[in-house]
Design a protein around this ligand. Structure first.
Ligand code: BYC
Length: 327
């Protein structure tokens, strides 16, 4: 049970073709770079795609809090602990912003949460891997936050107002997380032999999931063409992956660290990065529920949902009697 969503524009009935005149007018607005707002008419498919994408993004933020959250009690030192607590709290806040943006399209928070818990909605592949050591936390804070920023900065210039505004705000906070992550990453990279080994081991394990993070290669991407036409996605999966490799591979290499991919190199002629086969079969297995930590992550969310039920009930129905667990 959650606060009500905001439905300003009646969704079109699925299955009926969009009025061609309205569709042309809508697409002209997109071409002119105008923002679409919740009360504006939009094609059924634009609404459906936005709900799918924003909801998946919100779930990723809340699931993304779990691997790092598990390290709060074990963070090395008071300052790292403080920074990690704040970061994890920010990630949950990002989920709140994104769920609110998705609600403007007419899907309730309860339905989104149910779809996450039932496995109907996806969330980012990367959060289905374990954070085994502190070095994993630094790789998440540096490289995964960097990957997320590449995606979010691009899409914040997109067409749907509430999503773009949420992304702008998220990007400010993510940029700070990136600085924290880089600082912790450099501390290990310039630390003892054992610390460097631990960091290298984490990079070796996270490299492939990070390549997967940007989605399947363009020729396998189901939604990119339409989403780019409607300026929901402002760059293709391969373009974003390339931008990320361009900016962050040199930063890792200059610290004397390596990637577990002998084929990783930039073609100086085309400016495109070439990488070895990242095992896309693994990507599809993980996003469809069969990764190393999918079950663990979902059960943690289910527990949080159960434990939070009484407080949602109390807020939504202040007159109703309820039982406070553990009291
Ligand atoms: N993981 O047609 P495609 C963070 C699915 S968290 C899982 O290319 P699209 C952070 C895709 O959904 C921020 N599934 O899809 C938090 C589709 O399946 P369905 C994470 C993926 O949508 C805590 C199918 O594959 N960022 O920053 O055009 C700590 C075909 O793909 C993935 C976001 O969530 C994936 N990686 O493009 C630290 C960004 N990739 O729905 C950091 C928002 C693809 O047809 N999302 N799939 O069943 C997006 O921008 C886009 O959804 C993607 C994929 C670029 C990821």
């Amino acid at each position: 049970m959650y606060g009500g969503g905001y439905v300003f524009c009646e969704p079109d009935v699925h299955g009926q073709p969009d009025d061609p005149e309205r569709l042309a007018e809508f697409e002209a607005r997109i071409d002119r770079g105008e923002k679409i707002e919740p009360q504006d008419w939009m094609p059924y498919e634009y609404r459906r795609q936005l709900i799918r994408l924003i909801e998946q993004h919100a779930h990723s933020e809340i699931m993304g809090a779990l691997p790092e959250g598990a390290w709060i009690t074990r963070a090395p030192g008071f300052k790292r602990k403080l920074a990690l607590i704040a970061k994890v709290q920010d990630e949950v806040g990002h989920a709140q912003l994104l769920y609110s943006a998705a609600e403007t399209l007419g899907k309730s928070r309860a339905d989104m949460v149910n779809d996450l818990l039932s496995g109907k909605s996806k969330y980012s592949n990367v959060f289905n891997y374990p954070a085994k050591t502190w070095a994993d936390v630094t790789v998440i804070g540096f490289l995964i936050d960097a990957a997320a920023i590449v995606n979010q900065v691009a899409n914040s210039k997109g067409s749907y107002g509430p999503y773009c505004r949420a992304l702008e705000r998220i990007c400010y906070e993510e940029s700070f997380h990136l600085k924290q992550g880089y600082d912790a990453f450099v501390a290990l990279a310039t630390g003892t032999k054992r610390q460097r080994e631990m960091l290298q081991d984490a990079i070796n394990r996270w490299y492939r999931p990070i390549i997967h993070f940007f989605g399947p290669p363009d020729n396998e991407s189901v939604h990119s063409k339409q989403l780019m036409r409607w300026k929901v996605k402002m760059a293709s999966n391969d373009e974003m992956r390339n931008q990320f490799l361009d900016a962050y591979v040199p930063k890792v290499l200059e610290l004397g660290l390596t990637f577990p991919d002998p084929e990783l190199r930039k073609d100086p002629q085309t400016g495109r990065w070439h990488y070895g086969d990242p095992d896309w079969a693994e990507f599809y297995r993980v996003i469809n529920g069969d990764g190393p930590c999918n079950a663990e992550r979902l059960s943690a969310r289910r527990l949080a949902e159960e434990n939070g039920r009484w407080i949602r009930q109390a807020i939504m129905n202040p007159q109703q009697k309820f039982t406070i667990p553990f009291a």
